[in-house]
Design a protein around this ligand. Structure first.
Ligand SMILES: C[S@@+](CC[C@H](N)C(=O)[O-])C[C@H]1O[C@@H](n2cnc3c(N)ncnc32)[C@H](O)[C@@H]1O
Length: 174
């Protein structure tokens, strides 16, 4: 049975590359899951997944999937407990007030995979609002504040799927 709605975009190559850092079978939190490309990816690899987004219409209930419809920017506490996730994946989303709480969800032995737009992206288009663009080194600072170990980090301009300035990190919790 197809676990989600219509096929969405392919998973991020960054997420694919570091997926094996997420302990086998461990629970994954997909923050701002959107069309569900990473929810689909981790479900297919045997992980229970919690997908949270304000718009969950792309997600269909299926075994192993917990769907949470929530506005993550409404000022309420982040709805997930610290140190509970084997994997936390965030792509193309930033809401700075909850960044530390997102990182804190990584459990000991778990992994954060985060990739989103960075300052400098405004020359390519949207997002261009600084509220939605990572400052230089911001992901590094976030994981160091949580005592995660950086496995890989990039702050670069990519050409695909379209020109964009991005930061991305893979970091593990000791
Ligand atoms: C650019 S999409 C990225 C989706 C997915 N992470 C991916 O990379 O395919 C941004 C997502 O953030 C979600 N989003 C934006 N504001 C939100 C909010 N206040 N609360 C929860 N989700 C939000 C949107 O609904 C959308 O699904």
């Amino acid at each position: 049975m197809e676990p989600l709605g219509p096929p969405s975009d392919p998973p991020s190559p960054w997420v694919q590359r570091f997926t094996d850092l997420v302990p086998a079978g461990g629970p994954v939190l997909d923050v701002a899951s959107g069309g569900g490309r990473h929810t689909r990816w981790f479900l297919a690899r045997g992980h229970p997944v919690t997908a949270v987004d304000r718009d969950v219409r792309a997600l269909t209930p299926t075994a192993g999937l917990t769907i949470v419809e929530a506005d993550l920017e409404d000022g309420r506490p982040f709805p997930f407990a610290p140190a509970t996730c084997a994997g936390v994946v965030v792509t193309n989303y930033l809401w700075r007030p909850i960044l530390a709480e997102i990182v804190a969800c990584v459990a000991p032995g778990g992994t954060l995979l985060y990739e989103t737009f960075a300052m400098g992206n405004e020359r390519f288009g949207r997002p261009s609002n600084p509220d939605f663009l990572l400052a230089p080194g911001e992901l590094l600072d976030a994981v160091r504040d949580a005592n995660l170990r950086v496995v890989a980090y990039e702050d670069i301009v990519v050409d695909t799927p379209r020109p964009a300035a991005v930061q991305r990190i893979a970091a593990t919790c000791p």
